[in-house]
Design a protein around this ligand. Structure first.
Ligand SMILES: [Zn+2]
Length: 158
């Protein structure tokens, strides 16, 4: 089964980063016209995440042709928990495989390839690196990564 892809409405924008963190393809919809949101979701086969009840009333969604999840809470942590539980997402299989900013798959880099591109203390203490081919951002398994992992664990259990 293919992993679901998402389109995240701007009223629940924080969800995009959390989903990417867990390795789920999630595009952010920054526009204000629902019609574009729905069209993009249909064209790319994405599940809509939104707090907008009007979107949920659209025929394409009530008929089941397009999947959408109405987010109940205005708190980001409750929102991601709702998405994980409702759609049965696997938070652990592919964490940190997508760029949190661009939603692009990260590429592994050898340590000597990133030598001049990360702070010296990082280079000395970290051995695993990933690079985003779009924005060239380098990721490593530092303390930030561990903190996010813990948070994801908490979501899963909540
Ligand atoms: Zn990027």
């Amino acid at each position: 089964m293919n992993k679901p892809g998402f389109i995240v409405d701007n009223n629940v924008g924080k969800l995009a980063k959390w989903l990417r963190m867990m390795g789920y393809d999630a595009v952010f919809f920054g526009g204000s016209d629902d019609a574009y949101l729905v069209a993009e979701a249909l064209a790319e086969g994405r599940i809509i995440l939104t707090r907008d009840t009007h979107i949920m009333e659209r025929g394409v969604i009530t008929s089941g042709r397009l999947k959408a999840l109405l987010i109940n809470s205005d708190k980001p942590e409750s929102q991601i928990r709702q998405v994980i539980n409702t759609l049965n997402l696997d938070c652990r299989s592919r964490p940190f495989t997508l760029c949190l900013e661009c939603n692009q798959p990260l590429v592994e880099r050898a340590k000597d390839e990133v030598k001049d591109r990360v702070p010296p203390y990082v280079f000395q203490t970290q051995n695993q690196y990933m690079e985003c081919p779009a924005c060239r951002r380098i990721y490593w398994r530092g303390t930030h990564w561990q903190a996010m992992n813990k948070k994801i664990e908490r979501f899963r259990q909540g």
